[in-house]
Write a protein that binds this ligand. Sequence first.
Ligand SMILES: Nc1ncnc2c1ncn2[C@@H]1O[C@H](COP(=O)(O)OP(=O)(O)OP(=O)(O)O)[C@@H](O)[C@H]1O
Ligand SMILES: [Mg+2]
Length: 104
Amino acid sequence: MLFSIEPKSRREDLYDFDHELGMLIKFLRGSRLTLVTGLRRTGKTSLMRVALNEAGVDYVYVDVRLSLYANYRDVVELFIGAINDFLRRRSSIVDRIINAFKKR
Ligand SMILES: Nc1ncnc2c1ncn2[C@@H]1O[C@H](COP(=O)(O)OP(=O)(O)OP(=O)(O)O)[C@@H](O)[C@H]1O
Ligand SMILES: [Mg+2]
């Protein structure tokens, strides 16, 4: 899968980023704000996805690239999609929220 055109999400598909991956995981766990910058198509998204998969932190992934003609509804749908993705990954959080309401 090393040559697929999609950004990578698994460590074994990520080539030669061990140092950066270690640093990013460390920052994701302990830093309030982390920026990943670099030239186009150099692996920023791949690095970030793998780090998020490995860091064991809760995250909501929002890809804010929208079409030039995006409207209010598109922005809302973007965030709804991101939250749904988060809830799918962390179904235990949904259970905890439901249980918290049950106890009231
Ligand atoms: N270190 C890497 N290991 C494996 N594949 C990589 C690596 N770096 C880049 N790629 C591949 O190159 C392409 C671009 O990677 P990616 O989308 O992660 O880069 P990007 O910096 O986020 O790009 P953009 O600037 O367009 O957002 C993808 O096909 C990705 O799989
Ligand atoms: Mg990218």
